[in-house]
Design a protein around this ligand. Structure first.
Ligand code: GUN
Ligand code: ZN
Length: 437
């Protein structure tokens, strides 16, 4: 058994508005008891301290705010050296930078080194679960799952399927993409904490035969996820229209091949029609909001209010989309999400943002019974935040007298990896900020 003490924050449901105090549990001096990597008990330190077995040292974070580890629902593992590439919008950005860099992941040594960096970077940002795209090469995903398993992290990942409109070194075929994906599913899906996501990159780089193969994989393996991109950029949408002239719209391209559903994650979803939002809603599909990427690549502004229309609500999640995105930090991502929604005349209350980064994203993955909340039975994946991590944060916090929502808003507006003091996987330390050289 291990034990972690500090201020605990965990959400019960999506907050409906600022001040929705019944949406979360906040325990000023709390204790988590952890057995076999899972939370065994959670409560006030005073109530639980007698249950700490003799010989177990309590990891105490007197100034720390402890939350479930952050969940990033859309990130590209082979793009750690694409991030911060200058001056292009989506289709040029893919050709100029991304399709060059991803070719390096044919080399298992490059992939293994990349996987170690990737996991380090997630953990130093407090992200304990990520939904990741590999490259087209199955060995990229093999390297990523191997590294995640070694560290005790649970990832959802898939090899990209791409059989046209990309360099020959980056394409598979419908048959090969199917067979390679199937072999990875057999080897890694529900192997320990790992989960597989069938990953047709987007409609432009897959033939109808390949999209059909992706649909077959989903039908043959109930419970695997599906991830792709949808309606990110106007040139992309026009190209999809040309390539699939009989489809009603972009969403319908995926719908025809059985790719919509409650385990399907659609990155971006910026320029959707009413009909498309209705189909996403009916099918229980998830729209993934990637604010730093949408700003950086100049794609557009996610319309959270339209997607949330109670007449046809679309489930949604929050993600970094590195390397189109510009930060591995979910705190920075939430801060930029706030700004994107401001430009739409909308809002992102701090409670909603922190719910999304934890419980909300877990629910979008259908995994809220595993991660994202501090409740018995869940994996003890934790992030410890320091609200006074930088001079600017300390200075701002001087004006805040114990108001949790104001503190959370400072964290998401000014915070980043510097505000993450510790990360735990399965109750074991996986990152300590002050140990970094
Ligand atoms: N659409 C197809 N591939 C990609 C990608 O790698 N990044 C982003 N942002 N959009 C895409
Ligand atoms: Zn992406």
């Amino acid at each position: 058994m291990t034990a972690v003490r500090g201020r605990l924050l965990s959400f019960r449901r999506a907050p409906v508005e600022p001040g929705d105090t019944s949406s979360y549990d906040h325990i000023p001096d709390g204790l988590l008891l952890i057995a076999d990597g899972r939370i065994a008990a959670v409560g006030a330190y005073a109530d639980l301290k007698d249950r700490v077995p003799a010989g177990v040292t309590v990891a105490h974070h007197p100034d720390g705010l402890i939350l479930p580890g952050f969940i990033d629902t859309h990130i590209h593992f082979p793009q750690t050296q694409v991030i911060a590439s200058y001056g292009a919008q989506l289709l040029d950005w893919l050709e100029t930078y991304t399709f060059i860099e991803e070719q390096k992941y044919a080399d298992p040594d490059h992939a293994a080194a990349g996987a170690a960096f990737f996991l380090d970077e997630l953990l130093r940002n407090g992200t304990t679960t990520a939904v990741a795209y590999g490259s087209v090469h199955p060995q990229s995903v093999e390297a990523l799952f191997t590294e995640a398993e070694r560290r005790g992290a649970g990832l959802i990942a898939g090899k990209v399927m791409m059989d046209r409109h990309a360099p020959a070194a980056l394409t598979d075929t419908a048959e090969r993409g199917y067979a390679d994906s199937k072999a990875l599913i057999d080897r890694w899906h529900r192997h320990g904490r790992q989960r597989y996501a069938v990953t047709p990159r987007f409609a432009i780089t897959s033939t109808e035969a390949q999209l059909a193969a992706a649909g077959t994989l989903l039908r043959e393996h109930p419970g695997v996820h599906m991830q792709t991109h949808l309606s990110e950029n106007h040139d992309e949408i026009a190209t999809v229209r040309r390539l699939f002239p009989t489809a009603r719209d972009y969403t319908d391209v995926y719908d025809r091949f059985g790719l919509l559903g409650p385990t399907s994650l659609f990155g971006h979803c910026i320029h959707l029609s009413e009909a498309e939002m209705t189909r996403l809603s009916e099918s229980g599909s998830v729209a993934v909001f990637c604010p730093t990427s949408n700003l950086f690549i100049g794609s557009g502004l996610f319309d959270r209010a339209a997607l949330s229309n109670p007449a046809r609500p679309v489930r949604h999640a929050l993600a970094t989309d590195v390397g189109g995105g510009t930060s591995y930090s979910m705190l920075r991502t939430a801060g930029e999400a706030y700004k994107v929604l401001q430009l739409r005349g909308q809002n992102l209350p701090a409670l909603a943002a922190f719910d999304l980064m934890t419980r909300g994203n877990a629910e979008a993955l259908g995994m809220a019974d595993e991660i994202g909340v501090l409740e018995p039975g869940r994996w003890a994946d934790l992030v410890v935040l320091e609200s006074r991590a930088t001079p600017a944060m300390r200075h701002r916090m001087m004006t805040i007298d114990g108001d949790l929502e104001e503190e959370l808003f400072v964290l998401m507006t000014l915070g980043d990896d510097r505000a993450v003091t510790h990360t735990y996987l399965r109750g074991e330390p996986a990152h300590r900020r002050d140990a970094e050289g």
